[in-house]
Structures are given as C-alpha cells and as structure tokens.
Design a protein around this ligand. Sequence first.
Ligand code: HEM
Length: 333
Amino acid sequence: MQKNTYPEYALAALLCLSGSMNTVSANEPAPDQTVAAIEGAFGVTPGERRNHIKGTCALGEFVGTPEAATYTRSALFSSKPVPVIARFSLGGGNPKAPDTARSVRGMALQFKLPNGKLHQMAMLNTPVFGAAQPQTFLDLMLALQPDPATGKPDPEKMKAFKASHPDSAAQGQYMAANNPPSSYANSAYWGIHTFKFINKKNETILGRWRFVPQDGEKRLSEDELKTAGANFLEQALFDRSQQAPIRWDMVLTIGQQGDAEDNPTIAWPEERKQVKVGTLTIKSVMAQKGAACETINYDPLVMADGIAPGNDPVLRFRSPAYAVSFGKRLSGQ
Ligand code: HEM
C-alpha cells in the first residue's frame, strides 16, 4: 500500500499549530480535548481523519462570474479557471458509517490560486450548524460516548444534551425534516459561517455562501433508506462523473445590518440579496486512498486576500481542532 506522503506544508501546518492555538479564547475547550472527545465518540482509525473519515476525492475547476468583483478582489473570482481538489464526506469518525446515516454530508474544496496561493472551504449539507459555541460541540461528543454496557450512546445523555443545548436544535430539526441525499451530486452545501468580502475599493460586506447542484437536490425516499445499502455514494458520484462533468453554482448571500455574524446556528432571512458568483465543475472522481485530497487539511481559515473570517467562535475554533486531527494522522496515529 502506498505510504501517504504528506506535502511539505503539512509540517508548516504542524509548526503553526502552536500559533493557531491562540485563536481559542480562555473560556473555550481546548482543541486537543475536543479531538479526544471525537475519538471517544467514534473510535480511532490510525492515520485517518478524526471526523468526516469516510470520504471520496475529486478534481475539477472553479470559474468566477464578473459580478463577484463587485464584492471581492479575491483571485478566486478572476473568471479564469481555478484548479480545485475536492473531497466529499460523511460526518463522524466511523469509517463503517452507512451512507444512509442521518448525519451531515461534507464538501471540501482546495482552490489552487496563482503564485501558489491557496483558498479552502469545508462545507456541510445543512444551512446552519449544530453549535453556537465550541463547548456545545464538545458536549455533543461527550454525550455520544458509547455506553460500555450497550456499545451505543446513552439515550438519556442525548436527551439531557438536547435539553441543555438549545443552540443544537435548528440543525437537528433540519436533518430530521430532510432525508440524506441520494448522491453527493444531488446535494447543496453551505459555508454556514459569516465571512467578510472585501473588494478593490476596500469596501467590505458580510456574506454567506452555498453551492447549489445543477443536477438538482434529491433525497433518499423512506424505502431507499431501507434498501440503499451502506456504501453507494462513492460509486454514484463516480458513475455520474463518467456521464458528464458535475456542476454546482456558488451563490453569495449579502448580509444586512443586524444579521447574525458570530452565530452559525442562526440562518439569515430568505429575502436577502443573492448573487451567483461562480461555478464549480467536477471532472474526475476517485477513491481517497493515495489520491490528492487524502493528505490535505481543509482548514477553513486558509483564505486568500479578498475574503476574511467573520467574528465567529466556531469558525475560529475549527482551525486548531483540524490541525490536531491532521497532526495525528500525519504521524500515523
Ligand atoms: C467546533 C466545531 C467543529 C469541530 C471541532 C470540527 C472538527 C473537525 C475535525 C477534527 C475534522 C477532521 C480534520 C482533518 O483531519 O483533516 C473535521 C472535518 C470536517 N469538518 Fe469540521 N468541525 C467543526 C465544525 C464544522 C463546521 C461548522 C463545518 C461546516 C461549515 C465543518 C465541516 C467539516 C468538513 C466538510 C470536514 C471534512 C474535510 C475533509 O474532507 O477533509 N466542520 N471537522
């Protein structure tokens, strides 16, 4: 089996690990404590991601629209094709989780910009997140720890978690009301957090984005949930890519005064202005082992000039948490 060779910037990521720690404020849990809780909930597969472990790689490109330049000077939207290394995934750290699981689906993108610059996104198929604070995420992982007697999470602990963490409700309700997708190609993906978009005149707007599938959104029916089996998503995406390129439109929502900036569990009003700012085209799909996406840390704070993070504690916390998981898998743990 090919030893997964991590690119040189992996060491850089490790080296800046100490630096990135300072994005965590005093009253927040420690990133390594949170990753340990993820491991407690799902177990550890050496050398693999601690979360979103089950995934598929893909390659493609992104082309921005001219309208995007009104809001941002990012090279992402130069209207020239930008190469993309993508990864589609199932939430959680269980490599055997079935593709019918009522959990989140992820799409992560690494954009290869001119001059070796990178821009990264790691998105979910839910318009909001299940935690307004890193502490809620940690408390969820602790509530998910399997009961030694049953090997399953204790339903009483889950009930107590939900009762004491109202910020987890909105995402839970969305997932309860929407069955998992029948294919990664038939799912929308949201960046969820609020970001700052800065244009050439240094004007800044608050924005949120999502990727809308040109194939349309399709969800498993109740029957398919019973019959689809545990492993169909990778093959479905591969088969679809053999027919023709797979496309998503990137839609930017423009925030207004008072819209939530620091809370990813609160959606913005539907009537906000929306602008199509680009199209992602996936051209080839492959298994993760030995492929380009396997050795990428899709840290969402890796951003090129023109887009910057909003003041969101969960977004800030993700970077050091990903670095902990990445560091462990980099060293084969
Ligand atoms: C406190 C909040 C969060 C924590 C602690 C957390 C933790 C993690 C960890 C440890 C990984 C594996 C990283 C690696 O080994 O490379 C991961 C992957 C991922 N997370 Fe999060 N996460 C959080 C919030 C979010 C949010 C809000 C989103 C979406 C907006 C998200 C989307 C993803 C995706 C798509 C991946 C897979 C990336 C890939 O394919 O490599 N996560 N998360």
